[in-house]
Design a protein around this ligand. Structure first.
Ligand code: HXC
Length: 291
């Protein structure tokens, strides 16, 4: 879809770039000539991804282990990239946390576990990168990976829906405030593009394809569709496009509104089982973080 080397000269940081959607976007950016930096909580996972990508596609993938909930650590990471490689040209706010739960059962810690990653963490990264762009007189492009619930809301994922809606408004607000610096901000609101992290926490025991028959295009997303949209928004040539959140969901949210309404049918026993499956995935991920 894009000419070879269209992202040559770009240096792009992708949070949560070691796995899932972030890894898919990193792969396409690297293939198209960008220097890519991936950040995440698990250093070993980042390293494995970086080595695998460079082996397959050449180019340069830098890694930085960081928890984006820690503003100081985020600032130190961005300074390290500036010092060791040079200014970034782009940022993809992809790192996220989410699990399905009846809202009445959430503890403040449960709410914060998600809001601190998605809402606070994404702001910390955007701020650390943006203020350096402004100070150095550099242009830049930010893409945040959101979700169509920013338009509809969504039951059973309320901390995520609230946090992503905040980033939707950050995108619009900073597009206006930072337009004069040549900094643009856009967002992508993907419908179901299955990844391990999302499947295990949002569809435990089920499948994203369960909702195929209600999607106007009768299917889930294909990863190249997301990668191509992320490339279009990061490449040069359409810089006047800023402040937009673009859905890529086969018109799913227009047809069906909020997601997860089907979870109304779950019994207490079903929720107990879902919680256990989500916990198993969280424990597995946590073990990887201490490695
Ligand atoms: C209720 C839960 C819970 C659950 C955790 N908690 N899981 N509450 N139901 N299933 C509560 C815990 O009880 C605890 O509160 C608090 O949350 C913190 O739990 P920890 O496990 O200690 O948190 P932490 O290790 O910081 O992990 C953060 C996380 C985890 C968000 C809970 O899932 C994570 O790290 N996820 C990152 C990857 C991820 O989620 N990927 C999917 C993203 S998909 P108490 O009070 O007991 O201490 C996405 C959108 C996809 O974002 C859209 C698709 C359409």
């Amino acid at each position: 879809m894009f000419k070879e080397g269209i992202l040559k000269g770009k240096r792009i940081l992708i949070t949560g770039g070691g796995t899932g959607l972030g890894k898919e976007i990193a792969t396409r950016y690297l293939q198209l000539g960008a220097e890519v930096w991936i950040a995440g909580r698990r250093g070993a996972v980042l390293e494995e991804t970086a080595q695998g990508l460079m082996k397959a596609h050449g180019g340069k993938v830098g890694t930085h282990a960081v928890d984006i909930r820690d503003a100081q650590a985020v600032d130190a990471m961005v300074q390290h990239i500036w010092d060791s490689a040079g200014p970034l040209t782009g940022l993809v706010n992809n790192a996220a946390g989410n699990f399905i739960s009846p809202t009445k059962d959430l503890t403040p810690n449960g709410f914060n576990a998600i809001a601190n990653i998605v809402f606070h963490g994404s702001f910390y990264v955007t701020h650390a990168v943006g203020k350096r762009w402004i100070a150095g007189g550099h242009k830049g492009s930010v893409i945040s990976i959101l979700v169509t619930w920013v338009h509809t809301g969504s039951p059973y994922v309320v901390p995520s829906a609230m946090s992503k809606a905040g980033l939707h408004i950050m995108t619009k607000s900073l597009a206006v405030e930072w337009g004069k610096y040549g900094i643009r901000l856009n967002a992508i609101a993907p419908g179901p593009f299955p990844t391990e992290g999302a499947s295990k926490r949002l569809r435990p025991g089920g499948s994203f394809e369960d909702s195929n028959d209600i999607n106007p295009m009768r299917r889930i997303g294909q990863m190249p569709e997301l990668q191509n949209l992320a490339t279009f928004l990061m490449a040069d040539g359409c810089e006047w496009l800023t402040g937009e959140t673009i859905a890529v969901d086969g018109a799913g949210y227009l047809a069906n509104g909020a997601g997860f309404t089907g979870l109304d049918k779950l019994t207490d026993a079903d929720w107990e089982q879902a919680r256990a499956m989500i916990k198993a995935q969280n424990d597995k991920d946590r073990a990887g973080r201490s490695a």
